[in-house]
Design a protein around this ligand. Structure first.
Ligand code: PMP
Length: 437
């Protein structure tokens, strides 16, 4: 099996009458928990698209909201003008966010949200007369999108090695996961929490008063569902507070109910200063992202009009009315169906399903939280992603969509998943894993 590279996957040959050859897998429709393939098969969605379709697919409230909005007001410039749906959405969202995070800036993706958060953090220190705080700290194995900000603070060297220019003044703390792959199981939830002290080490490489912000995903998703030890995020928060450093949580995956609470900040009981979201904000239907900030941060920019002008930032499609309508339809769906807490109700059932893969050939670890999970496979030397990719293909043939990242199979079904569908997912994956070479 040949593993396609990123360019084949993303940069599709849509131009100049070329045939769509390199990737024969195509979805032509979707409804609730299932995709329909171009050859007419139903595929159970084990990944909520790309961790985004939390409400399931083509849900009526979201479809109707988009249809009526596009017919009524299709576009309004975000600069100088506004429109009611943007304000309604902002007020609905800040009722969900942790206490005190009551201002929101709309973007069109997670990568843009990350850039916005980093720039806001830097500008915040500057408007307060602390412009010497220009350094940013990310974490190894962190994924924050593909913008220059995101790849600079992100911890995946492969994603930045092709591009010489990165943000300057960026350091990375080590990731607890590299301590011991099997440590973060249910048996030893606190193992490795002291790894938060690596932030002290990195801060001490510089004068602490030069550091603007630390950015982490509460649960690193794209690099393999890496769950923090109990107490770890509290310690990161405490160290940031000690030095006046802002803490940014990238909740692009963990936001909107993935862990059974609106945000991971609620799940872990740790409130960041800024929080990025995307994906689940519109259940993946229309591109949208957002940054939430604490009141103090917003207020700092409101001290005088000159700061607002100095901090020039915003996107043509920020708070696009159709995206806002989609997000409102999504929030209605989450609310009416209790989806933001559903992962908590299903967590134990889900945990049993995810851990049932333990002991199958090549499985070296299984991890779960809320409605997210991972199965880590042992690598084949020199062919690091082949085995997981084979599992992906075989699962797809058997009617299940999973996601692979390196040697790790990641699972994050839409939050409407039923217990019977969890059983079905586990059954298919067990068959697939049993037959892996
Ligand atoms: N941050 C995190 C934590 C993500 O998981 C992702 C996307 N997987 C991004 C940022 C980037 O989001 P987008 O692809 O919408 O730019």
């Amino acid at each position: 099996t040949r593993v396609p590279n990123n360019l084949e996957a993303f940069w599709m040959p849509y131009t100049a009458n070329r045939q769509f050859k390199s990737n024969p897998r195509m979805f032509v429709a979707a409804k609730d928990m299932h995709y329909t393939t171009s050859d007419g098969r139903q595929v159970l969605d084990g990944t909520a698209g790309l961790w985004c379709c939390n409400a399931g697919h083509s849900r009526p409230k979201i479809v109707e909201a988009i249809q009526s909005q596009v017919a009524e007001l299709d576009y309004a410039p975000a600069f100088q003008m506004g429109h009611p749906k943007a304000f309604e959405l902002a007020s609905r969202l800040v009722q969900l966010t942790p206490q005190g995070m009551d201002h929101v800036f709309f973007t069109n993706s997670g990568s843009e949200a990350v850039d916005t958060a980093l720039k806001t953090a830097l500008a915040y220190h500057r408007v307060r007369g602390e412009g010497s705080r220009f350094r940013l700290i990310g974490r190894e194995r962190g994924y924050h999108g593909v913008g220059f900000g995101g790849i600079s603070v992100g911890g995946i060297v492969a994603n930045r090695k092709m591009f010489g220019t990165m943000l300057t003044g960026v350091d990375h703390i080590r990731h607890t996961h590299d301590l011991s792959r099997n440590a973060f199981s249910r048996e030893q939830p606190e193992f490795g929490a002291e790894y938060a002290e690596d932030l002290e080490r990195v801060i001490q490489l510089h004068d602490a008063s030069t550091i603007a912000a630390v950015i982490v995903e509460p649960v690193a998703g794209s690099t393999g569902v890496l769950i923090p030890p109990k107490g770890y995020l509290e310690r990161i928060r405490a160290i940031c507070d000690k030095y006046g450093i802002l803490l940014i949580f990238d909740e692009v995956i963990t936001g909107f109910g993935r862990l059974g609470t609106p945000f991971a900040a609620d799940y872990f009981g740790v409130t960041p200063d800024l929080m990025t979201v995307a994906k689940g904000i519109t259940s993946g239907v229309i591109p949208m992202g957002a940054v939430f900030v604490k009141k103090e941060i917003y207020d700092a920019f409101m001290q005088g009009p000159e700061h607002l002008i100095e901090f020039f930032h915003g996107y043509t499609y920020s708070a696009n009315p159709v995206a806002c309508a989609a997000a409102l339809g999504t929030l209605d769906t989450y609310h009416e169906e209790g989806l933001l807490t559903r992962a908590a109700d299903l967590a134990a059932y889900w945990a049993d399903a995810v851990h049932s893969f333990k002991g199958l050939p090549h499985v070296i670890d299984t991890r779960n939280l809320g409605l997210i999970g991972a199965i880590e496979l042992e690598s084949i030397a020199g062919q690091p992603t082949k085995r997981a990719f084979t599992a992906f293909l075989n699962a797809y043939e058997k009617g299940l969509l999973i996601r692979t990242t390196g040697d790790i199979i990641a699972l994050s079904p839409p939050l409407i998943v039923s217990k019977a569908q969890i059983d079905e997912l586990a059954g298919i994956l067990t068959d697939v894993l049993k037959t892996l070479d």
